[in-house]
Design a protein around this ligand. Sequence first.
Ligand code: PGA
Length: 261
Amino acid sequence: MKKTLIVGNWKMHLNTHQASLLAHRLHQHVAAHHDVEVVIAPSNLSLQPLSVELDRRKFRLAAQDAYPKDEGAFTGEVSFAMLRDLVHYAIVGHSARRIYFNESLELIRDKVESAVRNDISPILCIGETKQDRDNGETKQVIHDQLTTALSNITSDDITKVVIAYEPVWAISTFDGEKAKPDDMQRAIDYIRFQIKELYGERAALAVRVLYGGSVTDHDAGAYLRLKGCNGVLVGAASLNFHQFAGIVESAHRLQHERGVA
Ligand code: PGA
């Protein structure tokens, strides 16, 4: 059985001191389970200290983004090559990057390729905006984002890529619109169908697909129960150690139920 992947995206929150404190609390409250992989994506500034502080048997690290060139005159950027010994994963193509920083499909394609080349598993975020959805273009958007991002990835490397389906209209909308599990099931099925078209049946079954968007400890179980959903990408709730620990426990409980059934 595949491990369930729980990724906490801390976004642009917490200075290094606050990040260490939260990591300390997570150590105390998040139990290690052989069937759940827990990944934390702090700011780049905290990656180095957390790589020393975190128990690697319990937590793995992810970068939130990186630049596709290995080195050069790219002031302000950090490359995947620089991160390769520090992180297992890197989030790529998050909607915040696509929207606020105008990241193009081609830039995201280069980032996915650079991550894999540097032995980092990209967590490729895809998902439609509300406008796309209202126009009935969800599938087209998923298709275009996925096929472009993966166009330099060979069938040998595809299983290193994790795909996170994050409908933009469902991100950080805790009091507002929430994604319905039925809609999510359709999107996950369509993502696997696309992977099958590109890489065949085995790859389609092997690739890990996550859901992300306002996940809390109360509803994580409902998303994790979706067929073919291998985990969740958690933003705001990952900054609260009680909630994040609760999400990890839901994942473990579900794995346990499946193992017994
Ligand atoms: P959220 O963020 O859980 O706060 O909606 C998810 C994400 O942006 O990855």
